[in-house]
Design a protein around this ligand. Structure first.
Ligand code: UGA
Length: 434
């Protein structure tokens, strides 16, 4: 049996990593994206965003002859067509915008033939696959829904060694399952769990996973709010409850909350879709999850302002702008949001190891510097927004020689409080007594 030839439509975050991943599994892969500049960057073997390990994987695929990128589907001969385009939040609504998915499918239809498989990977509202299947199936091709669970910053590992593979297929579509098994043969050979289900369940698995993660974060952040009023310590509390394997310590990191291109928009779209399909009460808790998440940003602003007021004013050094470490993504970033809100009323100097350029595009009014010392130098208060390793590993004794600030507001509970206190800093944290 010859190995399936792969096309990946949409080379944003998901698609670029998926295309490089498929090529690294030895499959002949073409990445297709309408953005010519993005195609040129990828074809030159570099990622258009910061993702550890991705440049190397792209170069290996391109140099090894298994990977190429182009701006349209012309001349592409593929057996399996992955759809990896974005599904952002619609402006002025909570629902997902399916324009790119619809355009991708419409663009593919002329190329589809009997025996081909279209595989949706984008995060979509439940019911989308069923609707798209009605367009794809008359061509003789099949549709499957195969959601992706990769995390930014760990995208390469998550693509090559996922926790599980989920295939949503039409009832009894053994050919679609067999084709996906061929694509993922080397991943399945390592006993990766594989769940075969229907379209709707596959779509819901994805959004339920993200909704659960968001809920877990907001749960601990709600407890952080209570802890602040009770004089209790949410970090110790999370350690203690997290020991229970039924709860687990991961995603109990209290702080300024979740951001990024997935969790915030996915919980809103999930809630909106549940209302549309007649279950208006089912996911009301996700509205609360969103509200708790927004309140933690407010709290960070409040804490920094409280400290500035106590000091009689001064500048803020904002450490971190990305929505999480090891990423230059600033979409719905809590750190960037806090920095922008503080900058409306105070002198803020921000530094991020990777996200300076994307943050500057989104917030041109924000003063962003290229070196940590330039942010620290004139600061009265240091505020940690993203827990980059570079910040977690700072030696507070050394930092004390680089800034006259003696107050740190830790928005991620990421700093060693005892060490910073011993070095002469007042450490203010989310959900912990001062
Ligand atoms: C998330 C999911 O974790 C992936 O499984 C999923 O595939 C992806 O969305 C997607 O739908 O594409 P990602 O957005 O890369 O991945 O980031 P996460 O690692 O989930 O972090 C999300 C946010 O939660 C970050 O802002 C992070 O700082 C915050 N967070 C995370 C906390 O505030 N506390 C925690 O304990 C953990």
């Amino acid at each position: 049996m010859t190995a399936p030839r792969i096309a990946v439509v949409g080379c944003g975050y998901l698609g670029a990593v998926h295309a490089a991943g498929m090529a690294s599994l030895g499959l002949d892969t073409v990445g297709i994206d309408v953005d010519a500049a993005r195609v040129a960057t990828l074809q030159a073997g570099s990622a258009p965003f910061f993702e550890p390990g991705l440049d190397a994987m792209l170069r290996a695929g391109i140099d090894g002859g298994t990977l190429r990128f182009q701006a349209d589907a012309a001349g592409v001969e593929a057996d399996v067509w992955f759809v990896c385009v974005g599904t952002p939040q619609q402006p002025g609504s909570d629902a997902a915008d399916l324009t790119f998915v619809d355009a991708a499918i419409a663009g593919l239809l002329p190329a589809l033939r009997e025996g081909m498989l279209v595989v949706g990977k984008s995060t979509v509202p439940v019911g989308t696959a069923e609707r798209l299947a009605a367009l794809v199936e008359p061509t003789g091709a099949r549709l499957a829904w195969n959601p992706e669970f990769l995390r930014e910053g760990l995208a390469v590992t998550d693509t090559l060694a996922p926790d599980r593979l989920v295939y949503g297929v039409r009832d009894g579509d053994d050919a679609a399952v067999a084709a996906l098994d061929e694509v993922y043969a080397s991943i399945l050979a390592r006993d990766t769990p594989r769940i075969v289900t229907d379209f709707a369940t596959a779509e819901l698995v994805k959004v339920s996973a993200n909704a659960f993660l968001a809920t877990k974060i907001s749960f601990i952040n709600a407890i952080a709010e209570v802890a602040e009023h009770a004089g209790a310590d949410v970090v110790q509390l999370a350690d203690a409850i997290g020991i229970d394997a039924r709860i687990g310590r991961r995603f109990l990191g209290a702080g300024i909350g979740f951001g990024g291109g997935c969790l915030p928009k996915d919980i809103r779209a999930f809630r909106a879709r549940s209302i549309e399909i007649g279950a208006p009460e089912a996911l009301g808790l996700l509205d609360e999850v969103d509200r708790i998440n927004q309140r933690r940003r407010d709290r960070m602003v409040e804490l920094v302002e409280r400290e500035l007021t106590a000091l009689g004013g001064g500048a803020v050094a904002m450490l971190g702008l990305a929505f999480k470490p090891d990423s230059d993504d600033v979409r719905d970033s809590a750190a960037l949001d806090v920095a922008m809100r503080l900058a409306e009323r105070h002198d803020v100097v921000a530094y991020d190891p990777q996200a300076a350029a994307p943050a500057a595009r989104r917030a041109p009014q924000l003063r962003i510097v290229d070196a940590l010392d330039d942010a620290l130098a004139g600061a009265a208060v240091v505020a940690l927004g993203t827990e980059w390793r570079e910040f977690r590993e700072l030696d507070p004794i050394d930092v004390a020689t680089r800034t006259s600030a003696r107050v740190v507001v830790d928005g991620r509970n990421a700093l060693d409080r005892d060490a910073w206190t011993a070095a002469g800093f007042r450490v203010v944290a989310i959900g912990r007594p001062d």
